[in-house]
Design a binder for this molecule. Structure first.
Ligand code: PLP
Length: 257
């Protein structure tokens, strides 16, 4: 069985973070493992508190897995602080691991900052160059590049700029655009467009986590990046179509294959 790891934060309500990642791995028939970077007290209405796990404990979790188990692919989600980012980067270089999907998580849909502002620079400096695929949404791509994104042409320009920062493949997600949610993938040579219908639902909690963990699972299964992204786009579209009206706020996506 293929094995995938998520290095990310816990969402107590089960819709995003580690919980979404592990559900997604299972739905793809991949064995899931987790390194927890932070614990959030969170539900469908918001994030109420965050406790970061110490960088040392994060390093110990990574060691425990890599000393024992062959990981086929991993994703990095919420990383919170600079020292956490540094320890993750150091460990992944130490283990010469390159099958890395980076979801540059910054702010939750409910508006809570999940990455300390000064840690943004560390994420760009230490983690972006390690990424086989990075999956920013439009606001994240704007923070990383300093560009203002309004059109598909702007998305392509941002994808190139992020590639220049060292990520091998850049997937900019169009979910925040006005009309259709077209995603752009840039591999350093060509741009691919993945058109997507806009689904009329407010229940989209955890969509970014789910898409990046689906791509991770597909890469773990040996599927090349272009096709992994295509299949994962289909997966997230179905997961949003069947999203669940759980709780009083923004409900989670539904995981099944
Ligand atoms: N909580 C955790 C731990 C996350 O990693 C993320 C996103 O990656 C979120 C919350 C935010 O989820 P959303 O913006 O989909 O509500």
């Amino acid at each position: 069985m293929k094995k995938a790891l998520t290095i990310a934060g816990s969402d107590s309500s089960g819709g995003a973070g580690i919980q979404a990642d592990l559900k997604t791995f299972s739905a793809h028939g991949v064995f899931g493992m987790s390194v927890i970077t932070a614990i959030t007290a969170q539900n469908t209405q918001g994030v109420f508190a965050v406790q970061d796990i110490s960088p040392e404990m994060i390093g110990r979790q990574i060691d425990a897995i890599f000393d024992d188990i062959d990981v086929d692919a991993l994703k990095i989600g919420m990383v919170s602080v600079t020292d956490t980012i540094k320890v993750i980067a150091e460990k992944l270089q130490e283990y010469h691991f390159s099958q890395i999907v980076l979801d540059p998580v910054m702010i939750s849909k409910s508006g809570y900052s999940l990455l300390q502002p000064e840690a943004g620079e560390a994420l760009i400096k230490y983690l972006l160059p390690l990424a086989m695929v990075v999956t920013p949404n439009i606001p994240e791509a704007e923070v990383i590049t300093g560009l203002h994104i309004e059109t598909l042409a702007d998305m392509k320009k941002a994808a190139k700029a992020i590639h220049d920062l060292g990520a091998a493949n850049v997937l900019i997600k169009g979910g925040h655009m006005e009309d259709d949610a077209t995603d752009i993938l840039f591999d350093g040579e060509k741009y691919l467009e993945y058109p997507g219908r806009r689904i009329d639902t407010k229940h989209t909690h955890g969509t970014g986590c789910t898409l990046s963990s689906s791509i991770t699972a597909n890469i773990a299964r040996g599927i090349p990046v272009e096709r992994a992204v295509e299949q994962s786009k289909r997966y997230i579209t179905t997961a949003i179509e069947h999203s669940l009206a759980i709780g009083k706020g923004v409900g989670p996506t539904h995981h099944f294959y």
